[in-house]
Design a protein around this ligand. Sequence first.
Ligand SMILES: [Zn+2]
Ligand SMILES: [Zn+2]
Length: 166
Amino acid sequence: MRVDLSWLKLHPKETERFHLEKLYGNVEIAKGVHLLDQAMVDLEVTNTGRLMVGKGEIKARMELECDRCLNRFEREVELPFTVEFCSEDNRAFFKNEETFVYFVEPQVDIEPVIIETILLSLPITTLCSQECKGLCSICGQDLNLAECHCQEKEIDPRWEALKKML
Ligand SMILES: [Zn+2]
Ligand SMILES: [Zn+2]
């Protein structure tokens, strides 16, 4: 996913729009996180002089794994993001600012920024739905699909003891 900043680099104060697409199909970008289909990026970049400041939106479809029931499910995301491009000649002005994307050639790959934005958007706990009941910790039954009887069995011994007392 490359943006070509060669025109913009020569035109301070101008803004250029980019539309990028990449076909992922089914690519694992982190454990349990797959990118599906085509990811699309719309980006507007302004040359502010020493920097090129970009604002954009990512559209992607992901397959995730629920932390509770372990089922896979799909989710579409639309994520705003910002990116600052800095040519190597200007690096010194910004004291190696870590968040910038530095470039020598004006065809700059922004895929790392896209992937990072997607990963940072994921919650710490991924759930297929807020109401997900998860798996039974004893028998492993997916409690979204059916109930199991483990809870009842746990009560049994006490119930037996009580019956003997009576
Ligand atoms: Zn779930
Ligand atoms: Zn169970």
